[in-house]
Design a protein around this ligand. Sequence first.
Ligand SMILES: Cc1cc2nc3c(=O)[nH]c(=O)nc-3n(C[C@H](O)[C@H](O)[C@H](O)COP(=O)(O)OP(=O)(O)OC[C@H]3O[C@@H](n4cnc5c(N)ncnc54)[C@H](O)[C@@H]3O)c2cc1C
Length: 287
Amino acid sequence: VGNFSYTRPDDLKSLLAVKARGKEKALILAGGSNLIVYIKDRLIREGTIVDISAIDELAGIRLESGRVEIGANESITDIVESPLIREHVPFLSESLGQFANPLIRNMSTIGGNIADASPIADAAPLLLVLDARVEIVSAAGRRALPLEEFFISPRKTRLKAEEVITAFSFPLPERGRGKFIKLGLRRGTACAVTSVAVWLAAAEGKVEDIRIALGGVAPRPIRARKTEDLFRGQELTEARIAELATALNREAEISPIDDVRGSAGYRRAVSVKLLARAVRLCAGMEE
Ligand SMILES: Cc1cc2nc3c(=O)[nH]c(=O)nc-3n(C[C@H](O)[C@H](O)[C@H](O)COP(=O)(O)OP(=O)(O)OC[C@H]3O[C@@H](n4cnc5c(N)ncnc54)[C@H](O)[C@@H]3O)c2cc1C
């Protein structure tokens, strides 16, 4: 298929040395569910496949000083089944249950899902409404970046060629409730056409705080900041929610395209409906 070599470093230091030398030619292999497809499709034709599955520093799900930290190599299944996530962030385990099918969930890591930067990556809107940060390391040192700033366009991120994602971290949500709605073309293994995640904190029938993220409606997963601002302080009635959700289009926050899974117009209409529904679900107005 091409000109490849393979290495499996057994600690982070060795991985960073390989990355510092190989840069973009050092191809990180986590679960491989995307990378192997790219190699088979000849989108990538050469390089050193760097298998990161043995690296302990990229594993683990922890709660430390009020922040939840999920190692980049944790699989989607690990997160769905994690007692810590189930207890403290049930929104995340429930939502990731909609990811592909059990086989792909077992293979796929959260690091691979985010690093791949697909506009329809399921973990992206979830981590965006949790206000997550990407923890990054290279031989030169560590840095962290808000997830919102990490994505550029499909398969393009702010990660430098010599860098690796170690983990994602976010503040333990104290108030509120989250919901994720993923619209696929069919049930079961299907990529999202459009997806919406909402985190809502409400009091006395009004929005105290809200975070909204969408997939499949822009070149990257996005936070809908202007729409969030309009929702804040507003009454949670059916009519008001439906009206506010139209801000996604009015404020030009989304810029969907036509593709094999749906037209831009369809995505616009459906995003507004999904947002309104997610808000109603968070507010307990719908089961
Ligand atoms: C049949 C099928 C169904 C799918 N369904 C879904 C779905 O429902 N929802 C969804 O979101 N996705 C889906 N996907 C896409 C894919 O499974 C996910 O994006 C998955 O999370 C990728 O993780 P991985 O560990 O397999 O990544 P890999 O393929 O190993 O890596 C993906 C990319 O990320 C890079 N990378 C991986 N880890 C790191 C790291 N720690 N630091 C820096 N770069 C890194 C790799 O170099 C590569 O470029 C599906 C794929 C298939 C084949």
